[in-house]
Design a protein around this ligand. Structure first.
Ligand SMILES: NC(=O)c1ccc[n+]([C@@H]2O[C@H](COP(=O)([O-])OP(=O)(O)OC[C@H]3O[C@@H](n4cnc5c(N)ncnc54)[C@H](O)[C@@H]3O)[C@@H](O)[C@H]2O)c1
Length: 336
């Protein structure tokens, strides 16, 4: 089959492309490299089944052309990461909403199946023990920047369902809960790669807030396999799915684990939220996915435990550092 992967040079997108090529598919990847990188797809370019287009999903003529050529669209291109979302709120909302609008518009002309990647951020600051797809979304006030990202993704979901209901376009929506793995970078706000970078150079691991907030981390290869199965399943059409690992860890414990696994001399430094994100930042204490629905549809269960994910990321970053001999910058940002 022929897949169009928007955001194909990004962290998750590059793993999606790799998986599709391993399964003998043809891949068109469209990416403007705003947060992705050419390095992420360097090895994929060796395959003659892989076709990379350095352009934006907002370029309607290239987008419609690629949609014409493919069988299925996996839509991952978006502005991502709390640091980027807070520093570029207009770009975040416009690009996430308009990009998805264009993808759906041209998919509908050719009636191509679309899988839209969304986020656990849409649950907002709800305080459930586990979030289910049928739960209400509890978004904070509109003057608080981080909710602009959540709302832009929620609008993407509404629009996806609107096309499904009004035009019978086959649409599937997937809400990722903190996906991690090799090639993820820390400078847009992702906590695990940032902690590993800090630990590898014995800098303090900077925990924002009191560190008692918990998060659940899913390994990227587990996520990609699930995305592939959902995309090929007819029963998934017209549905939204949580995709995450229900095992939670506090950010403090995460920092301690990374220090131990890297044999680092780093200590942990707590920084109040207002010092990194301004006075109007809001965070949530926990965000655990209920994965019964996706388990029922495609038999999804996370395979990789946190320690193995971290070891793999540490190995990847250590070898990248050794080959480039570049010291990472001193990061100041925290995960969504
Ligand atoms: N990583 C996570 O834990 C996580 C959690 C929730 C949701 N998501 C969603 O998963 C998707 C992929 O995220 P990621 O973590 O791989 O981040 P990423 O930043 O690595 O990937 C996004 C990619 O989209 C590209 N892009 C952005 N705007 C574009 C445009 N206008 N045209 C073409 N390409 C564009 C970027 O260059 C980048 O390669 C996003 O939709 C994100 O919202 C990720």
């Amino acid at each position: 089959m022929k897949f169009l992967v928007t955001g194909g040079a990004g962290f998750i997108g590059s793993h999606v492309c790799e998986y599709l090529l391993e399964h003998q598919h043809t891949v068109f990847a469209l990416d403007d490299l705003s947060t992705g990188s050419a390095q992420n797809i360097q090895d994929l370019k060796k395959s003659n089944q892989f076709h990379f287009f350095y352009d934006s999903i907002l370029n309607e003529s290239i987008l419609s052309n690629l949609i014409d050529q493919c069988d299925i669209i996996l839509h991952l291109a978006a502005v991502v990461g709390v640091q980027k979302v807070i520093s570029s709120p207009v770009e975040t909302i416009e690009r996430n909403v308009k990009g998805t609008e264009f993808v759906l518009k041209y998919a509908n002309i050719k009636k191509k199946k679309v899988l839209i990647t969304s986020t656990s951020e849409v649950y907002g600051k709800g305080n459930h023990d586990r979030f289910s797809e049928t739960d209400d979304l509890t978004i904070g006030p509109t003057f608080i920047g981080r909710w602009g990202y959540a709302c832009s993704k929620a609008i993407d979901e509404f629009l996806g369902f609107a096309y499904y209901k009004e035009y019978k376009l086959p649409v599937i929506i997937v809400r990722f809960f903190n996906v991690i793995g090799p090639r993820q970078v820390g400078h847009y706000g992702m906590v695990v790669p940032r902690f590993i970078d800090q630990a590898l150079v014995d800098q303090p691991l900077t925990v924002f807030g009191n560190g008692l907030q918990t998060r659940c981390f899913l390994y990227v290869k587990d996520a990609v396999e699930a995305v592939y199965k959902l995309a090929l399943s007819e029963a998934s059409v017209g549905n939204v799915f949580n995709l995450g690992n229900p095992h939670a860890i506090s950010i403090s414990d995460l920092a301690k684990k990374i220090i131990s696994l890297t044999n680092s001399k780093s200590d942990i430094r707590f920084i109040p939220y207002h010092q990194c994100y301004g006075s109007d930042f809001e965070d949530m204490m926990k965000r655990v996915p209920n994965i019964e629905k996706i388990n029922h549809h495609i038999g999804f269960l996370p395979k990789t435990n946190l320690e193995d994910m971290l070891k793999e990321m540490i190995r990847f970053k250590t070898s990248a550092r050794e080959s480039s001999k570049i010291t990472p910058p001193h990061f100041q940002i925290q995960s969504l």
